[in-house]
Design a protein. Structure first.
Length: 300
């Protein structure tokens, strides 16, 4: 009986020792998962006419998800286009307005040829030839002067239209911003606006994050700092919901250079430490990791 009792006590002791060892911390640091969140804001003011997103919806970059009323901007653009058309209609038609002088010049050139032939035949005097040459020079100068005046007038009207063109470009930019276009791939985390609500420039519309990768923000003690470095691979454990752990690999992408007080919700390997350093571990997400989920890391 004594031997049986001794064996029973030994077995119980081994069991208790094993249980105690299993209860010891088997991780180097712990923390919670977070994502790089982006808040998308309105770039225009007006009534939201369409806004087709829901929380949890996956969006692609460049996807149009709604638009803001742009009627007034469109009407202002049409008004500017009409003003430009009216202004440019005042531009002189240089070729038409010079046609009369061009006709006079052509007639004078023909007359010059005729008189030149008469002078050769002693049927006309050289004075007549000199007179027609002088007349031709006068007509040419008149053409040059009127052409210069018409070009200056035309250029001035063109310059007057330039600010209107710039205003149209500004309106085109504002009209484009009335379209609500998702800028990045991700999942909608929060929706802050609804269809038919008023939007203003800078008003938050929704929050999105790319959950294909997720970040575990964990905390380590100063004694652990020499053990970690950027791009280091670590093991990441999370609760698998069945009483066990799911293990995957992560990469350290950031190490804080400043110590901070241990967050109340965070456990560290050295529970007596008052100051800890934050690190970020990047993990490929198979859709099982959620924002706020608890995770533990083990240095490899």
């Amino acid at each position: 009986m004594t031997n049986i009792k001794t064996i029973a006590i030994a077995v119980s002791t081994i069991f208790l020792m094993t249980a105690c060892n299993n209860n010891k911390s088997s991780f180097d640091a712990s923390g919670s998962f977070e994502a790089e969140e982006t808040i998308i804001s309105s770039e225009a003011s007006g009534t939201i006419k369409q806004f087709n997103i829901e929380e949890g919806q996956t969006l692609k970059a460049g996807e149009t998800i709604g638009y803001i009323d742009s009627t007034q901007l469109y009407l202002k653009k049409k008004q500017l286009e009409t003003q430009i058309k009216a202004l440019l209609s005042k531009k002189p038609n240089i070729s038409v307005q010079l046609s009369a002088l061009q006709s006079q010049l052509a007639t004078a050139e023909k007359e010059k040829i005729r008189i030149t032939n008469l002078v050769k035949g002693d049927a006309a005097t050289t004075k007549q030839l000199d007179d027609i040459n002088a007349n031709i020079e006068v007509i040419k100068k008149q053409i040059d002067a009127q052409k210069s005046s018409l070009e200056i007038s035309s250029e001035g009207i063109g310059k007057d239209a330039t600010p209107l063109y710039v205003q149209i470009e500004q309106l085109n930019d504002q009209l484009a911003k009335c379209n609500i276009i998702n800028p990045t791939n991700g999942t909608v985390l929060s929706k802050y606006a609804k269809q038919n609500e008023m939007a203003s420039t800078g008003k938050a519309l929704y929050k999105i994050a790319d959950l294909s990768t997720i970040i575990l923000r964990a905390y380590i003690t100063g004694n652990q700092l020499p053990q970690v470095k950027l791009n280091q691979k670590v093991k990441v454990n999370t609760d698998d919901g069945k009483g066990g752990f799911k293990e995957t690999e992560g990469t350290i992408i950031w190490i804080s250079d400043k110590a901070e007080f241990t967050p109340k919700t965070i456990q560290t390997k050295d529970e007596r430490a008052n100051m800890v350093y934050a690190i970020k571990v990047k993990v490929v997400n198979d859709r099982s990791y959620k924002i706020g989920m608890y995770g533990e890391i083990k240095f490899q």
